[in-house]
Unconditional design. Structure first.
Length: 152
């Protein structure tokens, strides 16, 4: 059972359809977070990627990892949406192993590799992995941060 639904995720992240790429948070603690994304054929990216052979874009898998990390970072730091922004800051060592297709349920797992409190915010480097039916489909390091809105 999910510990956070889409409505709660939208209270934390500024993303909305069609760019909110995680449906639920299944598990979260101080150092890791697991999100679920149900990939459906009627999502707008499939009209162009690719109509005759729909594949969920790799960059959106990485974005889903970043969004999962954003939720983790917000929960970890006491994020204030009115005064702060969560920002995707970088990615490293990204690997795609097998496509994610319509009908797949993608489980996105992130865990803290490094974190740092800053004067005007906080950043974290996360190890992200995306699985379908327990099989690793993509992985990489994702950096996310929280900064005061006037500083961002």
């Amino acid at each position: 059972m999910a510990v956070m639904d889409t409505k709660k995720i939208m209270e934390i992240l500024p993303h909305r359809f069609p760019f909110l790429l995680i449906d639920t948070i299944e598990e979260i603690d101080e150092n890791h977070c697991i999100a679920k994304k149900n990939v459906t054929v009627n999502e707008p990216m499939f009209t162009g990627h690719f109509p005759d052979n729909p594949i969920f874009p790799g960059v959106l898998i990485i974005e889903a990892m970043a969004q999962t990390g954003g939720v983790l970072l917000a929960e970890r730091t006491g994020f204030d949406k009115e005064k702060q922004n969560t920002l995707f800051m970088g990615m490293d060592s990204v690997k795609f192993r097998k496509p994610v297709l319509p009908g797949d349920t993608m489980m996105i797992k992130v865990r803290v590799e490094q974190s740092k409190k800053l004067k005007n915010g906080y950043f974290v480097k996360l190890k992200g992995e995306a699985f379908v039916d327990g099989e690793l489909r993509a992985s990489g390091l994702v950096t996310a941060g929280i900064f005061d809105k006037e500083e961002a």
